[in-house]
Design a protein around this ligand. Structure first.
Ligand SMILES: CCCCCCCC(=O)SCCNC(=O)CCNC(=O)[C@H](O)C(C)(C)COP(=O)(O)OP(=O)(O)OC[C@H]1O[C@@H](n2cnc3c(N)ncnc32)[C@H](O)[C@@H]1OP(=O)(O)O
Length: 193
């Protein structure tokens, strides 16, 4: 199988336009949900991604592979690397557009094995928008922002109403958030757009 990429975005798109209230370049982004496996500080073995807004339509995230993230001895599990990219890409869509969205499709290319202890520096970029469809891509470099590329990912996120989360979330978790709103960090989306 060749690594030849299909055209991206796969459909005609409008150029992305960041929301006027999107956080400015240089802003460190807080976790969006304390129990999120990607960024939450209440998930002991989670990925604990940390993200910062970059220039243009970009967000840089960092994630350090720990012993809990192994798939083979001393190497990161590919599914957890995909999870890190899902989080980094979703953070990019949510914070720059300030609209709720969910992953519809996520593709990953694993180019190099990623040992435990590596910090992946993930640069994600909004590529285009077609109606509710938001196309976004990222690459993850090993340890430094000019390190070798280990993983590339591209995704389609679909804009949804906030009711998506209320209608589908497990009631006890929704109730926990209602009782302790601090479980949600600064919401990356407008509640009343
Ligand atoms: C700050 C926050 C960070 C969060 C990071 C983590 C993000 C996540 O992990 S989200 C959780 C994982 N994702 C999910 O649970 C989503 C589950 N799926 C769904 O709920 C639905 O299928 C959903 C909302 C994606 C789409 O359903 P629906 O709203 O009915 O829209 P639908 O009409 O089917 O699709 C909208 C458009 O997207 C397209 N589309 C949807 N899925 C796909 C797909 N897999 N491939 C290609 N196109 C797709 C459709 O073809 C349609 O295109 P068009 O407008 O041109 O007709």
């Amino acid at each position: 199988m060749s690594r030849t990429q299909q055209p991206w975005p796969p459909v005609d798109t409008e150029p992305p336009k960041a929301h006027p209230d999107a956080p400015a370049p240089g802003t460190d982004l807080p976790q969006h949900y304390a129990r999120c496996f990607g960024c939450g500080d209440q998930q002991e073995d989670g990925l604990h991604l940390r993200a910062q807004v970059g220039d243009g339509h970009t967000i840089r995230s960092r994630f350090t592979v720990t012993e809990a993230h192994q798939g083979a001895p001393g190497l990161a599990h590919g599914g957890l690397l995909a999870c890190a990219f899902d989080e980094a890409l979703g953070t990019t869509v949510g914070n720059l557009l300030r609209k709720p969205a969910v992953t519809g499709k996520l593709e990953t290319d694993f180019l190099r094995p990623v040992p435990v202890g590596t910090t992946l520096v993930i640069d994600a970029h909004l590529d285009g928008i077609a109606g509710r469809k938001v196309y976004v891509s990222a690459e993850g470099r090993m340890d430094t922002d000019d390190g070798p590329v280990a993983v590339r990912a591209r995704a389609l996120f679909v804009l949804v109403d906030l009711s998506h989360f209320v209608n589908h979330g497990r009631p006890e978790d929704l109730q926990a958030v209602a009782q302790d709103p601090k479980l949600l960090g600064r919401l990356p989306v407008e509640v009343n757009p």
